[in-house]
Design a binder for this molecule. Structure first.
Ligand SMILES: NC(=O)c1ccc[n+]([C@@H]2O[C@H](COP(=O)([O-])OP(=O)(O)OC[C@H]3O[C@@H](n4cnc5c(N)ncnc54)[C@H](O)[C@@H]3O)[C@@H](O)[C@H]2O)c1
Length: 273
């Protein structure tokens, strides 16, 4: 018996990385899953590797019409929707303000906020009637950058802080029908891309030695993979195990917030010396 037996989820950006792992984990927990994915090759590859428990909708999470089409396809295929997961995102590859060319800054802002914030809001709007009907939930992928500086440049960090605000406001508005929560992962090797305005549309985070990096930045000293985060989504989607959770964000970024311990111990040791 799985934690999500009989449940139906709709997820944006399930073609690679974290979203792809969430699809597999939700299936293992007994759910059926719909995926809104913009990349045709990833959408085709996903559809080829799953069965009738998954429906893949090719489309753009920044479009209200595509989000509505995804919800309609979910209902047509599975007859209900229990959880909407806003997940597709863009990173700014830690580009600091001074390195953002003034002439491209407005377009870079629009592209990052357009997916990371507006995309989640449009998905929430499209999914809301079906979620009210099922008394379901929403889950949004945040980031360590939703809490701390340094996980991105100002565009990404501000966009993920905005997602935390979105979660709290929607949780406030949608009680008692729909629970709204977030998961804030830290770095993991994925195909995360950047905005076209900064020429980063074909640059993949996963091309860097991310796995080794996670072991160094996390005070837990572990290599972190996208699948390590999926249990948080299962828990928050579960009606029986998370019925009291709304407006919360599972901060599971590997301990970024307590990573100052080693530096603090070194400083204290130097004072004692
Ligand atoms: N990789 C990390 O280190 C990291 C850390 C913290 C948070 N996150 C967050 O995790 C989430 C998932 O990213 P990931 O790291 O798995 O990257 P990813 O690029 O591997 O996955 C994102 C998926 O979204 C799809 N996508 C992109 N734009 C889209 C659009 N407009 N409409 C529909 N689909 C679209 C991509 O094709 C891809 O399949 C993002 O919100 C990201 O900010 C990632």
């Amino acid at each position: 018996m799985g934690w999500l037996d009989g449940e139906v989820a709709l997820l944006t950006g399930g073609g690679s990385g974290l979203g792809r792992c969430i699809v597999d984990r939700f299936l293992a927990e007994g759910a059926r899953v719909a995926v809104l994915e913009i990349d045709p090759a990833k959408a085709t590859a996903l559809a080829a590797h799953v069965d009738e428990r998954v429906v893949v909708i090719e489309g753009d999470a920044t479009s209200l019409a595509d989000n509505e089409r995804a919800v309609a396809a979910t209902l047509a295929e599975f007859g209900r929707l229990d959880t909407f997961i806003g997940n597709a995102g863009l990173w700014d590859f830690n580009t600091p303000l001074e390195a953002l060319p003034g002439e491209t800054l407005p377009a870079a802002f629009d592209q990052i906020f357009g997916l990371n914030v507006k995309g989640y809001l449009l998905g929430a709007r499209a999914a809301l009637p079906a979620l009210r009907e099922s008394k379901g939930s929403m889950i949004f992928t945040v980031s360590n950058a939703g809490f701390w500086p340094g996980g991105g440049g100002p565009l990404y960090t501000a966009s993920k802080h905005a997602v935390v605000g979105l979660i709290k406001q929607l949780a406030y508005e949608l009680c008692p029908d729909v629970r709204v929560n977030g998961v804030a992962p830290g770095a993991m090797p994925t195909d995360l891309r950047g905005p076209r305005a900064l020429g980063l549309q074909d640059t993949s985070f996963g091309a860097m030695p991310v796995e080794e990096m996670t072991e160094r930045f996390s005070p837990l000293e572990i290599r972190i993979m996208p699948s390590d985060y999926t249990g948080h989504y299962v828990l928050l989607a579960s009606r029986s195990n998370a019925r009291t959770a709304t407006g919360s964000v599972h901060n599971c970024d590997g301990g970024v917030g307590v990573s100052g311990r080693r530096a603090m111990e070194a400083a204290m040791a130097s004072l004692r010396a």
